[in-house]
Design a protein around this ligand. Structure first.
Ligand SMILES: NC(=O)c1ccc[n+]([C@@H]2O[C@H](COP(=O)([O-])OP(=O)(O)OC[C@H]3O[C@@H](n4cnc5c(N)ncnc54)[C@H](O)[C@@H]3O)[C@@H](O)[C@H]2O)c1
Length: 262
């Protein structure tokens, strides 16, 4: 299906690895021009090289506000504009309630502030388009995880901001949506499984709690939804939290259990 995205100008934060890298590849396959902004130079440069001249890497640590501003400025000077911003960068740092409040606040800031900053600095360009915004949330903000207060707070705020910005930007015809993964098998997650005493058993234990097909979501499945939400094929979809999670967040917990055995 032609999504009508040809020549759209796209920026993906955290685009060097995982879901971000799959998203960069998916937009590139739709003939977009893509900038990936990431702090990981080695992986960012190597993805840029592998995808050809319409994909550019910009190095930035997005915990630095000045770096966010510069990344947007560099993108605009490369492209002459910006149509789609994907706020993907994020890190579940597992800081629980024992964490001192000062560190909690720094962690919230690290996962949240760049989402605001990138959107703020991109806004004049998105308004010209009219452009489109896709944020990445997490099921943790809906289900809790038990040991990750700051990440849960940041992702909850990202869901809330998705709705707030969808309302604020509707008059500008800018659609704003949020894609929410639960258990997505990125390289980093695979490395975590491999570090366990029984890697396959660890992976199966997680896969078994995903109702649909008892497997982890692939980065490509998340990326395809992001690309769809950025395209005119979703022209009347805004302010939505779209769960690409095999039913993890919302299915009845009894699904898959044999009631006859009770
Ligand atoms: N993988 C999952 O199961 C899962 C589940 C729920 C939510 N998410 C969310 O999806 C998004 C992508 O996750 P992923 O699993 O692909 O992550 P990942 O760790 O595989 O990749 C994240 C990329 O973002 C970059 N990055 C992170 N913080 C950055 C910063 N401050 N500045 C610059 N670059 C930064 C990293 O260098 C890396 O390249 C994140 O927002 C994450 O919270 C993922």
């Amino acid at each position: 299906m032609d999504l009508g995205l040809r020549d759209k100008l796209v920026l993906v934060t955290g685009g060097a690895k995982g879901i971000g890298a799959a998203t960069v590849e998916a937009f590139s396959a739709e003939d977009c021009r893509v900038v990936l902004v990431d702090r990981d130079t080695e992986t960012g440069t190597s993805l840029e090289k592998s995808l050809g001249s319409r994909v550019s890497y910009i190095k930035a640590d997005l915990t630095n506000l000045e770096a966010c501003k510069k990344a947007i400025e560099q993108t605009v000077s490369l492209f002459g504009g910006l149509d789609v911003l994907v706020n993907n960068a994020g890190f579940n740092d597992g800081l629980g309630l024992e964490t001192p409040p000062e560190d909690f606040m720094i962690s919230v800031q690290n996962n949240l502030l760049h989402v605001y900053a990138m959107t703020h600095y991109a806004l004049p360009q998105l308004r010209k388009g009219p452009g489109c915004l896709v944020n990445l949330g997490s099921k943790v903000s809906e289900t809790g995880q038990g040991h990750t207060s700051a990440y849960a707070a940041a992702k909850g705020a990202i869901s809330a901001l998705t709705r707030e910005w969808a309302v604020a930007l509707a008059p500008d015809k800018i659609r704003v949506n949020c894609v929410i993964p639960a258990e997505c098998l990125t390289d980093q997650y695979e490395q975590f499984f491999q570090s366990q005493a029984k890697p396959e058993a660890a992976k199966k234990a997680i896969a078994d709690i995903v109702p649909f097909e008892k497997r982890l979501t692939t980065p490509e499945e998340i990326a395809q939804t992001i690309v769809f939400l950025a395209s005119d094929r979703s022209s009347h979809t805004t302010g939505q939290l779209v769960f690409v999670d095999g039913g993890y967040t919302h299915f009845d917990r009894a699904v898959g259990h044999d009631h006859n055995k009770w």
